[in-house]
Design a protein around this ligand. Sequence first.
Ligand SMILES: [Zn+2]
Length: 366
Amino acid sequence: MSDDSIPQLRGYDDASLDRAFASLTADLERGAGSLNGADAVEQFRLEWLGRKHGRLKTVSEAWLKTAPPEARRPLGQRFNGLKERIEALLTDAAAGKHRAATGAAIDVTLPGTRPQLGAEHPIVRTWHEAVRIFAAMGYSVGTGPEVETDYYNFESLNFPPNHPARDTQDTLVVVGQERKPLRDRLLMRTHTSPVQIRTMEQQPPPIRLVIPGKVHRNDAADATHSPIFHQVEGLCVDEGITFGDLKGTLDHAMKAFFGSSVKTRFFPSFFPFTEPSADVQISCIFCGGKGCRKCKHSGWIELLGCGMVDPAIFGFVRQKQPAYDPEKISGFAFGMGLDRIAMMKYGISDIGLLFSGDVRFLEQFA
Ligand SMILES: [Zn+2]
């Protein structure tokens, strides 16, 4: 028996069966490409599954009934595979019809789905604010690598090998560096200060640079410590820069950060890369200086370290930029913790919250 609607079956061996069913499947997929509308779907169903003249019926009559016993199983498997494919295509077409029907009946009175808007992380916001404040005073932004050499992180900043000040910065070092000379060994930068040296090596004075960035120390995490935190540093180098310029700049910056009523005061301190060095306190932003729990009833909060650039630093730079002559130029540098400022500004009590990625915490700042 033969029928024009199905291909000719040349034999019951696997190759002939495959060829015949491949031809049927190709027809099927072609037909399924134009299932637009209920009429087309019904016609497609009748063409393949119709009880009297459907192609599957024809295949069953022409091939299955006359198949030798050993071919029934391979033929039946292919037949069932084809039938499943037809049914799947019809189910898909029905689902598409359903989608179209729903789309046509949009209820415009239903509330829409509101996409969730992102927001700046409190650290990023504080970072941008610091950059804005110093950019307004003519500072440009400097960046540098977080994986640094011992030379840029320590030696060039006047921390000679075995200097005790190195111990105050618990350093995370990169493994497998022992064979290199100390100055070339890699570590996670413990401060943003290497960018000061890198920038001065690249350009002669004058320099007005603000350096925000991520730093790393081997600190155990608690409410006020994290192995990752952020600093913002500043560097100003030119002829005739004085400690008065440093005080005026930081006083202005703190007023811009915390409000014009904030006062600053300076105390002697020590850093290897500045001389003289100072710690800066601001009047308590919570009590206005009267004394409260946050300022331990002193009325002041310690916030920054700063000082005049030690002439020895210019000595390190001078090898690459002769213009850094300590006899002719001077400068100041300062640094503060961005995380600490963000915590103060936004009343965050645990630094770990800034890095936990908890959306419930972060969405407060949206
Ligand atoms: Zn206070």
